[in-house]
Design a protein around this ligand. Structure first.
Ligand SMILES: C[S@@+](CC[C@H](N)C(=O)[O-])C[C@H]1O[C@@H](n2cnc3c(N)ncnc32)[C@H](O)[C@@H]1O
Length: 370
């Protein structure tokens, strides 16, 4: 993520020639092919087999994964052609060409604990690509494509992409906000995590605050089932639980010291109703914390890569998901600070502040005070 580019200065945005536009289309198509072939390598378990295994021939890879050798050879050559893999030429004439996954590439493509782990991003893109006919129909009719319809690639792509940030960075980030940390660290603190997905943020909060009980809310049943399994595997079922429920209606009143909403406000069809319920769910002195995209204050072009990434998520997944509900605020992924402030104000919050948490992926943290 640190490699994402800032916007080009406006003076450099001269009108490109047809050749330059054609070059951009070509480069984008190469990127799309790479994304989808990386997806295949992830889904077929090929990168995981290659990680640390040294050079493998197509027959080695096919044997170890129970896949077809001819496809394995074509994929290995494509991956080497795109410099995802390194070629090891045959030792003797007529021997098989072999291919090696470097350690840094293995970290990005297979290490689910690394902040550089980005194989899940290709799953998210592939989930969107699989729904292109439904997306085109939604664009015509004004309908939507639901989170459930995007399926397990979107759900696990989202969860696995964010997981290392919660596991490795959330506790430290919250410790850096002393009064919030002090509130969360009290004995018997009760925390809600709305839009919890597969529960990695819920689990990270429980680990960071051993005296707290944490409850995740999400209406997506496969998400809460996975979250419950993850909490069980982590030995946290005494303090962590999940409800398959809409946060707008399921949050009990005056029950929590803190309500967190991690990267979900922009997905909610009724964000103001959910924030109103979150405000009512607070005990005296409680606070709502929203982690959302670090979108720019205003729309501007040329945009930087974070903003372009957000528009990619928005056009292909988040906006169609939001519009699959009626009524819907239809926010989209590019949720600007002014939108967060407006939703909070409509939900009855007295103040909104950006928390001093820097360098946390491409997200920004807001504190909403009743
Ligand atoms: C982009 S995902 C974020 C998941 C998780 N917080 C994370 O950071 O990985 C948005 C989540 O919001 C959930 N969601 C949608 N509507 C909701 C609602 N009314 N109440 C609670 N969660 C909701 C979706 O099911 C989805 O799991």
């Amino acid at each position: 993520m640190t490699m994402l580019q800032e916007p080009r200065p406006a003076s450099a945005a001269a009108e490109p020639s047809a050749d330059e536009v054609a070059d951009r289309v070509l480069a984008a198509a190469l990127g799309a092919f790479d994304t989808l072939t990386v997806y295949l390598g992830d889904r077929l378990g090929w990168y995981r087999i290659m990680a640390g295994a040294g050079p493998l021939s197509p027959a080695d890879l096919a044997d170890r994964s129970g896949t077809n050798e001819r496809y394995a050879r074509e994929w290995l050559e494509q991956q080497a052609a795109s410099e995802w893999l390194v070629v090891v030429e045959p030792d003797a004439p007529g021997g098989p060409r072999r291919f090696r996954l470097t350690d840094p590439a293995a970290e990005v493509l297979t290490d689910s604990s690394s902040l550089a782990y980005l194989a899940p991003l290709t799953r998210f893109v592939a989930a969107a690509a699989a729904q292109l006919p439904a997306l085109a129909e939604a664009y015509r009719s004004g309908g939507g494509v639901s989170w459930a319809q995007f399926g397990s690639d979107a759900r696990t792509g989202q969860a696995d992409m964010n997981r290392p940030w919660y596991e490795r960075k959330l506790a430290g980030a919250l410790r850096g906000v002393p009064d919030l940390h002090e509130l969360l660290d009290r004995s018997g603190t009760r925390i809600a995590d709305i839009g919890c997905g597969e529960g990695w943020s819920t689990i990270a909060l429980a680990r960071a605050y051993p005296e707290a009980t944490v409850r995740g809310y999400d209406p997506d049943a496969p998400s809460t089932a996975a979250a419950t399994e993850h909490a069980g595997a982590g030995g946290l079922t005494d303090r962590v639980a999940f409800a398959t429920a809409d946060a707008a209606t399921a949050l009990p009143e005056a029950a929590y010291d803190a309500v967190f909403a991690f990267e979900c406000l922009h997905d909610l069809p009724r964000p103001v109703e959910v924030l109103t319920a979150a405000r009512r769910a607070l005990r005296p002195g409680g606070v709502v914390v929203v982690m959302e995209e670090a979108a720019e204050e205003e729309f501007a072009t040329p945009a930087g890569e974070v903003e372009r990434l957000l528009y990619g998520f928005s056009t292909l997944v988040c906006l169609p998901d939001a519009m699959s509900h009626r009524p819907s605020a239809a926010t989209g992924t590019v949720i600007r600070p002014g939108t967060v402030r407006a939703y909070a104000q409509q939900a009855g919050f007295a103040a909104v502040a950006v928390l001093p948490i820097e360098g946390f992926g491409f997200w920004r943290f807001y504190r909403l005070v009743p």
